[in-house]
Design a protein around this ligand. Structure first.
Ligand code: FAD
Length: 317
């Protein structure tokens, strides 16, 4: 079922969902299930599965360094199919512009249709580790709006190159990213929201936001988005702080601000167990306020460990 149908069916009740990251190649998928199992009692209607960009690794060969391209966490679509089969839950594979040609994307969408995956999160992806700025892959898209248009074209029966009549049109529900504190490359929140509107006009059905720690930023973002004619569900993304290092990692990586009260509470912790508890309590307070405001879904970035998301969900769902 589509994410938007789940939201409609819930008739104003806030739903619970979360995002998982595929395991590193070679690791057992059981560890992924072990983290998902404890969250299934909260009845997530859908689970997002991220896609990681390819990266370069260097191997010594004959005294020289041999540069090879690899993808350390492949398997997004396979994991989606396996979760649908194992838990009977809908899944949302993240589809990136970066690292994929348009043709590869088309074949992946065809796989998704065969597998009964009805939702797609359409994203540009970040720059590769070695790059300062995002460089489009040869034969790939430059912006997420173009990827949304490709998925929407397929929904309308249009392949990239072939004039083949489809017996059975796909009907992907398309999610896109939104940034309450603006995307790091955007000159202003207003211009970033104009770009978000382009994704909506190209066919996006709902938005999931980047993590934020001050609900006011989300509320203002939704208000401005609505004023600009963005009338699709805007799902808040919540990340519980889990380790002290997050204070220094999250702001530069995601270009977000942390409220001083949260920083002070984390700073006062004697160990990461205490930090984890502060993160849980902060996320519970955020979630309660968002739920009272009637958000359609509370979407959690689980980052591979679910005990904190479970502690939060227990208070809310
Ligand atoms: P876009 O919407 O294309 O925007 C990128 C930038 O370009 C913005 O600054 C925008 O304002 C600007 N822009 C857009 N269109 C134009 C235009 N026509 N002309 C000029 N400027 C323009 N990354 C991953 O690698 N894997 C994941 O699984 C993943 N999941 C994510 C899930 C969520 C909910 C979010 C919020 C982010 C996720 N990301 C993921 C990160 C995302 O790929 C990065 O934030 C990326 O830098 C931007 O992606 P986007 O889809 O928002 O890009």
């Amino acid at each position: 079922m589509k994410v938007t149908d789940h939201i409609e069916k819930a008739k104003g009740e806030t739903l619970f969902s979360f995002e998982i990251v595929p395991p590193v190649k070679g690791k057992n998928i059981q560890s992924l299930y072990d983290n998902i199992d404890p969250l299934m009692e909260f009845n997530p209607p859908f689970i997002d599965v991220t896609t990681s960009r390819e990266e370069y690794i260097y191997k010594e060969k004959d005294g020289l360094l041999d540069k090879k391209m690899t993808r350390l966490r492949p398997g997004t679509v396979g994991i989606c199919a396996s979760l649908q089969h194992k838990y009977g839950v809908d899944t949302v594979p993240h589809v990136l512009c970066g690292g994929f040609t348009k043709e590869e994307t088309e074949y992946m969408l065809v796989d998704c249709q065969y597998l009964g995956i009805e939702n797609i999160m359409a994203l540009r992806g970040d720059a590769m580790k070695e790059e300062k700025y995002f460089t489009p892959t040869k034969g790939g898209h430059t912006y997420a709006s173009e990827l949304v248009a490709q998925v929407q074209n397929l929904n309308e029966g249009k392949y990239l190159h072939d004039d083949i009549e489809m017996d059975n049109l796909p009907d992907f529900c398309i999610g896109v990213a939104g940034y309450p504190e603006k995307h790091m490359e955007a000159p202003s929140l207003q211009s970033d929201l104009k770009r978000l509107k382009e994704k909506v006009d190209a066919g996006a059905d709902y938005v999931v936001t980047q993590m934020f720690f001050d609900n006011q930023k989300y509320f203002e973002f939704v208000e401005i988005a609505k004023a600009m004619g963005i009338n699709i569900p805007i799902i808040p993304g919540i990340k519980p702080i889990a380790v002290k290092r997050h204070l220094n990692i999250l702001p530069p990586v995601f270009k977000i601000d942390l409220p001083q009260d949260l920083i002070d509470a984390v700073d006062a912790c004697i160990d990461n167990k205490a930090v984890r508890q502060v993160g849980i309590e902060w996320a519970i307070q955020q979630s309660k306020e968002l739920k009272e405001a009637g958000v359609p879904v509370l979407h959690y970035y689980s980052m591979g460990k679910s005990d904190n998301v479970k502690a939060i969900a227990r208070e809310l769902f």
